[in-house]
Design a protein around this ligand. Structure first.
Ligand code: C2E
Ligand code: CA
Ligand code: CA
Length: 642
């Protein structure tokens, strides 16, 4: 039995020495805050319960002064524990309170034992048994109350009951010896029960804290997860508002990640994310928090210096972290990172707004050109106000009348005539005036009304196309959001069949960026359009962040080379090489190719020299009203047009 106790004691000592986990210390303290005031209260009551019936037997210092000192000491301890109950205790403070409790147990047990034993000679056997009962029963109460600081419970039991048992064992009195044996056995049993209880308690706390850790960690990257990020944001925001310090929130989005999942599969995607997280952690070493918010989006919290220059520096470090390609199996993929920052109190004064502002800056960054860092500014705030005005105006009951379509010819160089028109949305709002599609289409996408808008515009475009000669095609732009909603694809198909127009005359345009957003949905919709007999074009080709394998996996019919490559096109320039390569690529893939944005005769000549067959641009014609099409086509027949 003694061996067992020694072994227990050793375990306790090593636990105390190695320092229990912070969570355990805090959990111990939380319980002690309620149990220790009770223990001191018990001591006061027990002491006076023992002293008062024998008041006349004691000298004053033993019967009054000592109990009064003990009571005062206990009251002070009760008061300090109650005060602790009202404060937010850190793990470090908890450790120090636990250590002082252990230390106090020694002092207190020695003083208490010395005083209690000093009373023994002052009375008869019955009195001695009362003192023994007082000591033993008080220790039992103390063991219960100190169950969560086991070493303190051991100390008190060993000193108080150890002294009592020894005194009674050597007394030569049979009754006292029997009491001593009883007391030691009960004490031992109590200690064993307490130890088992504490071991279970420590295991429970460890499980709870592991569960909490797992609930706050992203298992793929080992970074804090979304929940932990928002908890941290709560804390940092509170402290920034209290101290008046600045705070920045950053949102990082990986460019080109979606194609990794689509092309190489999800396990390669996971590998890439883990590698990206490692690179981000190195690049963001100065940030206070780096978390994975989900998918390929990461969040940063920056405290201290949140100046624009420091944030731009973060942006640069993050961008250069993705300079080298990430190796996946036998191949390697090139990624980029776009980051949007917002700062408190400059960007926003409230926490939800701060996150929204960072999200807006990220969205803007992606629109302007990936791989950049954008800090939310007053210009963005103005744009948000403007966007919300636009979103509101888009909800006008008269919207259908306010919308119209302009048509820009797509010209075949071989046939020297127009073979189709691209439908371009136009909007004249009664409240805001004329607004360009480059402004209202993104606003409609963000406010979730793009799908209705697409269907309304498509109906109008079809109604116009129905009036054209049957050889003239219609190209119609779709937004990424249109593919995400099955009802839009169905709505477009229904309108086509209701219009009676031959689907072979129709061509849907989709940007590379839209393709990359949800490739599976795009592919599904694309197959549906193609099975109806419609064409499918990749718009603004060369500006997005997509992969050639998308081109192979989609049933495309056309590429539209973006106008940025065409403006001022001259032999010997990189743009010239790009256009030549893309033209040859489209020929080899048996795709038609439209060169967009041809503005001058020189540009037309250059692209014609490169073998282009289809062109579109101001040089051929600016977008025109539906009512102008008939005379435009007629003038083409008579050779008036370019
Ligand atoms: P986009 O699809 O690339 O359309 C071509 C844009 O380039 C049109 O601008 C057109 O007016 C302009 N453009 C044509 N030729 C030239 C040229 O030679 N030089 C220059 N500098 N520009 C030229 P617009 O009409 O302002 O449309 C802008 C964008 O808005 C479109 O780009 C398209 O992405 C979007 N958009 C327009 N209508 C719709 C629509 O009905 N639905 C959707 N989802 N997006 C639309
Ligand atoms: Ca287009
Ligand atoms: Ca285009």
């Amino acid at each position: 039995m003694l061996d067992l106790l020694i072994q227990y004691w050793g375990t306790l000592q090593s636990r105390a020495a190695s320092g229990d986990s912070a969570a355990l210390k805090l959990a111990q303290l939380r319980i002690m805050i309620y149990q220790l005031p009770m223990m001191y209260g018990l001591l006061i009551v027990n002491t006076w319960g023992m002293v008062l019936p024998h008041e006349n037997q004691f000298p004053r210092w033993q019967g009054i002064t000592c109990p009064l000192i003990l009571t005062a000491f206990c009251l002070v301890r009760i008061f300090s524990w109650l005060r602790l109950a009202r404060t937010q205790v850190t793990a470090k403070q908890a450790a120090s309170v636990l250590s002082s409790t252990r230390w106090l147990a020694w002092v207190f047990a020695i003083v208490f034992t010395t005083w209690s034993l000093s009373l023994m000679p002052l009375g008869d056997e019955a009195f001695k048994l009362h003192v023994a009962f007082y000591m033993a029963i008080t220790v039992i109460g103390v063991i219960f109350c100190l169950m969560h600081v086991l070493s303190a419970a051991f100390t008190v039991t060993a000193i108080v009951n150890g002294a009592l048992v020894t005194t009674f064992l050597v007394s030569g009195n049979d009754v006292f010896q029997a009491v001593a044996i009883d007391t030691s056995l009960v004490s031992l049993a109590m200690l064993i029960v307490s130890f088992t209880h504490f071991r279970n308690f420590a295991a429970l706390v460890a499980t709870q804290s592991e569960n909490r850790r797992l609930a706050n960690i992203d298992s793929l990257t080992n970074l804090p997860n979304r929940r932990a990020f928002f908890d941290a944001l709560d804390l940092h925001f509170e402290s920034a508002t209290a101290s008046g310090n600045r705070l920045a929130v950053g949102l990082v989005d990986l460019d080109g990640f979606k194609s990794v999942n689509d092309i190489h599969g999800h396990s390669a995607g996971d590998q890439v994310l883990a590698e990206a997280a490692t690179r981000l952690a190195t690049a963001c070493a100065g940030a206070t928090v780096l978390a994975r918010l989900g998918g390929d989006e990461f969040g940063l919290i920056v405290t201290g210096d949140c100046s624009d220059s420091r944030l731009s520096l973060f942006g640069r470090d993050i961008a250069s972290a993705f300079g080298d390609p990430v190796v996946v199996g036998d191949s390697s993929v090139r990624l980029g990172a776009t980051i949007g920052f917002s700062t408190y109190p400059q960007s926003s004064r409230n926490k939800a707004d701060l996150f929204e502002a960072a999200d807006y800056a990220l969205y803007e960054g992606k629109r302007r050109g990936r791989g950049s860092a954008t800090v939310f500014s007053q210009a963005h705030r103005n744009a948000i106000i403007r966007e919300s005005q636009i979103a509101q105006a888009l909800r006008s009951p008269d919207l259908d009348n306010e919308l119209s379509i302009a048509f820009q010819p797509i010209v075949s160089l071989e046939e020297a005539r127009t073979v189709g028109f691209e439908a371009l949305a136009r909007w004249h709002s009664a409240t805001l005036g004329t607004i360009a599609p480059g402004e209202f289409i993104p606003a409609a996408e963000r406010s979730g009304i793009i799908n209705d808008l697409t269907l309304a515009l498509f109906s109008k475009a079809l109604a116009c196309a129905a009036q054209w000669p049957s050889r003239i095609g219609l190209s119609f732009n779709l937004s990424a959001h249109d593919f995400a909603d099955e009802r839009v694809v169905e709505g477009l198909a229904r309108r086509i069949s209701e219009s009676g127009i031959d689907p072979a005359r129709l061509d849907f345009e989709i940007t590379e960026t839209a393709m990359a957003q949800d490739f599976e949905q795009v592919r599904h919709a694309a197959e549906e359009f193609r099975s109806m007999g419609c064409g499918l074009s990749v718009d603004d080709f060369g500006t997005g962040y997509s992969s050639l394998s998308y081109l192979c996996k989609l049933p495309l019919s056309r590429l539209k080379i973006d106008r940025t490559f065409v403006s001022g096109l001259k032999e010997g320039t990189t743009a010239f090489t790009v256009v030549r390569t893309l033209l040859s690529l489209s020929r080899q893939m048996m795709l038609e190719c439209v060169i967009e944005g041809v503005e001058t005769a020189a540009e037309l000549q250059t692209v014609a020299g490169l073998g282009a067959t289809l062109v579109q641009g101001y040089y051929c014609s600016r977008p025109m009203d539906a009512s102008a099409i008939a005379s435009y086509l007629a003038s083409e027949r008579t050779g008036v047009s370019a």
